[in-house]
Design a protein around this ligand. Structure first.
Ligand code: GLA
Length: 390
């Protein structure tokens, strides 16, 4: 790791020059969601953990209020803007993920200094492991650190979520930014997205591995399907609000109330709501079982979650269904499901340590045969949230 950071420093100096001022390294992890999918924007529960693949930022303060950004993903390109003018979104620019957090921190009244920064990323982009939240939260951490400020994880997360809405134009929930900003090593976070309260549940490394398998199908949340799911959930809320004005979100609706309204709701809205309401219950149960180390029970809930996302929420794709199905044929796999927004990206599996190799081998060969693509396999442990690494 130190050598990767040393390499990043030297790349930074070759772009921005060498001075006596110190260069800091900020890291921001990706995340995988164990269970609780498409529940965050319904005031529900989610249970993600932060993972090792990460965004790394080498950064140094500037005294002229300018922000100058380079990325190892776009060699030779520099994005420039100033903190003393309103920071504009730019059509189709990768720098929107940095412009947004800078703009929101300023808007929140936090005094910033300018910076030179070089970004590097070991997270696959567009794979549902939250590379965008990692860039946003990392940017916020870099700017806070260089200006001698700090903010707690929830504040950073809320500002970065706003940045994603306004600068990346993705109407995301709060899960990704919260876990990237506030993750803890060795533990998953059970997050209540209504009040941002959280509990941490150990992932015992002697019992478990969390294996992520990338279908290599690129996912795109700006494509409209994500926003459409949100609207369908809101249509459900509007129905229940008519008879009970205290209903604010699907979190406030029980499965019995939903069943009772089956005839009055469009069938598609009914199914979307059924996914969300049952998923919130599954997430609460999964956290209890994980805490009690009842891994078979956690695994069963993960598989049910996948089925509900596939059939009721319709955000899976055949590649993810196949990976889940195949993973479940391997002895020692407790459970598997698609993870993240869907329409591609990754599955996550909860696995006995001794079964990891067999699982990786089995998925690589069967997936390759069926879809002609090589799935990337990551064996992860829960890491800490974003912060200064060096
Ligand atoms: C994306 C969003 C999250 C969440 C998930 C689905 O990752 O950014 O806020 O809604 O999809 O659970």
């Amino acid at each position: 790791m130190d050598s990767a950071y040393a390499e990043l420093r030297s790349q930074f100096e070759s772009i921005f020059g060498k001075t006596d001022d110190s260069v800091r390294i900020i890291r921001a992890p990706g995340r995988v969601n164990l269970i609780g999918e498409h529940t965050d924007y319904n005031d529900g529960l989610v249970m993600p953990m932060a993972i090792e693949p990460e965004v790394r930022i080498a950064c140094r303060a500037r005294s002229d209020g300018r922000i100058s950004i380079a990325s190892t993903a776009f060699p030779g390109e520099l994005a420039n803007f100033s903190i003393s003018e309103k920071i504009q979104r730019q059509e189709k620019s990768w720098s929107n993920y940095m412009r947004g957090p800078a703009a929101e921190l300023i808007e929140a009244g936090i005094p910033l200094v300018g910076m030179d920064a070089l970004y590097a990323n070991t997270l696959p982009v567009g794979s549902g492991l939250s590379s965008s939240a990692a860039i946003e939260v990392g940017t916020a951490q870099a700017l806070l650190t260089l200006s001698g400020n700090s903010a707690d994880a929830s504040r950073i997360a809320v500002l970065c979520q706003k940045a994603e809405h306004e600068y990346a134009l993705v109407p995301c929930g709060i899960m990704d930014q919260m876990i990237v900003a506030g993750g803890q090593a060795g533990r998953a976070m059970l997050l209540d997205c209504r009040d941002l309260s959280r509990q941490f549940v150990p992932i015992e490394s002697r019992d478990l591995r969390v294996v992520i398998v990338n279908s290599m199908v690129h996912h795109e949340l700006t494509g409209g399907e994500y926003a459409r799911r949100r609207q369908q959930c809101e249509a459900g809320v509007a129905h229940f609000k008519k008879s009970n004005p205290s209903v604010r979100a699907l979190r406030d609706v029980t499965i019995e109330q939903l069943q009772g309204a089956k005839e009055q709701l469009p069938q598609i809205v009914f199914r979307r709501c059924r996914h969300v309401i049952t998923e919130i219950t599954r997430t609460a149960k999964a956290a209890e079982h994980l805490q009690s180390r009842y891994y078979h029970e956690v695994g069963d809930l993960m598989v049910q979650s996948h089925q509900s996302l596939r059939d009721d929420y319709e955000v899976s794709v055949p590649e993810l269904d196949y990976l889940v199905e195949q993973a479940m044929t391997v002895k020692g796999v407790y459970g598997a499901r698609m993870t993240g927004g869907g329409f591609g990206g990754c599955i996550v599996a909860l696995v006995q340590p001794a079964a990891v190799e067999t699982l990786a081998g089995h998925l690589s060969s069967t997936y390759q045969k069926k879809f002609g693509k090589n799935p990337a396999v990551y064996v992860t442990t829960a890491t800490a949230g974003a912060g200064v690494a060096d």
